[in-house]
Ligand binder design. Structure first.
Ligand code: SAM
Length: 338
C-alpha cells in the first residue's frame, strides 16, 4: 500500500528528540527502524570518559563552528534574498541595537550557552560601543575546547577576574551561577542550538534558567516560506560535511560513509507541524553496519511565527524583537523573562 504523507503527532512531551527523529526518518523515508542509528546531539561535543579534556576532534568541532561564523559575518550578502532585506550580519547588528535600545547604558552579565568567538566579539563590541558595561562573562559549554579561545576573545571587554568558564552540560546546572547584584543578565544561545532539543525541554530549561528581568537572545535557522534552499546550502557546506564525519567517528569509529541531508516532517508539541533537518552518513564498509544510516546531527526548523509562539507559549517570556534575514532563513530573537 502506498504510504501517505500524514503528519502524525510525533513529538510528545518528554520523548527525547533523538527518538522522535529516529521514528520520523524511518517512517517518512520508508527505511526499517533497525537500519537507522540515531544518537543524542550532545555526544558529538564531549568525551564522557574525560569530560574536562579536549582531544583533537573536539578542538576541530569548535573550530568548525568558529569558521562557519567567520564566513557568515565576512560575507556581507549572506542570507539576503534576491529581493533584498537584511544580511546575516545586519540582522545580528539590528537585534543587538534592539537590546541596547531597551535599557541603554545599564550594566549586564553576559552568559553564553555554547560559546563561539566570532559573533560574540561582534555583539560585545557593539554593546561596549553603545555604553553598556559588561560586568561579567560566563561561558557554559559541554565542550572543553572553547575555554582558551573564549578567554582570550572576551578579555578585550571584561576584566580577567570576571570571566568564568564552566565545562558542563547546561541542562544539569541549577541556574546561571552569576552574582545577584541587581544587574540584568543577557543570556545567549546562538548557532541554531535551540533546535537540538524538543520544544518542551527547551521551554522548561529557559524558564528555570533565565531569571525574571533577564533577556534571552536566541538564533535559529527558520523554515522560510516556499524556499528551503538556504537550509540545504548550509548543510551542504564543507564545514557541516566535516562536522558530520567527526560525529560519526566519535560515536562509531572510522568507517567509510556517504553524506546526506534530509528534511523530515514532525508534529511539534507547541508550534504545530514542523520539520527536522538531519544530516546522515550511509555506511559503506564491509560488515554488519554496511548500508545503515547514521544520523549525525538533527535540528528542528521552526517557521518565523512558530519561533515566536515557542517562546511565548508558557507566558514566562515576552518577545521584544525578532529580526529575520532577507531570505527568511535565520532569525535572531530577543525575549524578556517576565
Ligand atoms: C550548534 S553549536 C553552536 C555554537 C555557537 N553558539 C554558534 O553560534 O556557532 C552548539 C554549541 O553548544 C554546545 N552544547 C551543545 N549541547 C550542550 C549541552 N547540553 N550543554 C552545554 N553545551 C552544549 C556545544 O559545545 C557547541 O558549542
Amino acid at each position: 500500500m502506498k504510504q501517505q504523507l500524514i503528519i502524525e503527532p510525533l513529538i510528545e512531551a518528554r520523548v527525547p528528540l533523538d527518538v522522535v527523529v529516529h521514528r520520523a526518518i524511518s517512517e517518512f523515508l520508508n527505511i526499517p527502524p533497525e537500519q537507522v542509528i540515531t544518537q543524542p546531539n550532545k555526544k558529538k561535543y564531549y568525551d564522557p570518559d574525560h569530560p574536562e579534556s579536549a582531544d583533537q576532534g573536539l578542538q576541530e568541532v569548535f573550530s568548525i563552528m568558529r569558521d562557519l561564523n567567520l564566513q557568515g559575518l565576512e560575507d556581507r550578502d549572506l542570507c539576503r534574498s534576491e529581493a533584498g532585506g537584511m544580511s546575516f550580519l545586519e540582522a545580528l547588528q539590528a537585534v543587538v541595537q534592539d537590546f541596547t535600545d531597551m535599557a541603554p547604558q545599564t550594566p549586564v552579565h553576559y552568559v553564553e550557552l555554547g560559546p563561539e568567538p566570532i559573533k560574540t566579539t561582534e555583539i560585545l563590541q557593539r554593546l561596549v560601543e553603545s555604553g553598556v558595561q559588561i560586568r561579567s562573562y560566563t561561558a557554559l559549554d559541554i565542550n572543553p575546547a572553547s575555554k582558551f579561545v573564549m578567554d582570550s576573545c572576551v578579555r578585550r571587554f571584561v576584566a580577567a577576574e570576571k570571566i568564568n568558564h564552566v565545562t558542563a552540560d547546561y541542562f544539569s546546572l541549577p541556574g546561571l551561577g552569576i552574582e545577584d547584584d541587581g544587574a540584568q543578565a543577557l543570556v545567549t544561545m546562538l548557532g541554531f542550538q535551540e533546535g537540538n532539543e524538543t520544544p518542551y525541554k527547551i521551554m522548561n530549561f529557559f524558564r528555570k534558567f533565565v531569571r525574571p528581568g533577564d533577556v534571552l537572545l536566541s538564533e535559529m535557522q527558520l523554515l522560510s516560506t516556499a524556499n528551503w534552499l538556504p537550509i540545504f546550502r548550509f548543510y551542504g557546506s564543507e564545514q557541516m560535511r566535516r562536522f558530520s564525519k567527526l560525529g560519526l567517528q566519535r560515536t562509531m569509529g572510522n568507517l567509510e560513509s556517504e553524506y546526506g541531508v534530509v528534511l523530515v516532517p514532525v508534529a511539534m508539541e507547541i508550534t504545530g507541524s514542523g520539520f527536522v533537518a538531519a544530516t546522515t552518513e550511509r555506511i559503506r564498509s564491509d560488515g554488519d553496519l554496511n548500508g545503515k544510516i547514521v544520523v549525525t546531527n538533527y535540528c528542528i526548523k521552526y517557521t518565523e511565527e512558530g519561533f515566536r509562539r515557542l517562546r511565548e507559549f508558557d507566558r514566562r517570556f515576552r518577545v521584544v524583537s525578532q529580526r529575520v534575514t532577507g531570505d527568511g532563513s535565520v532569525g535572531f530573537q530577543l525575549a524578556e523573562r517576565c
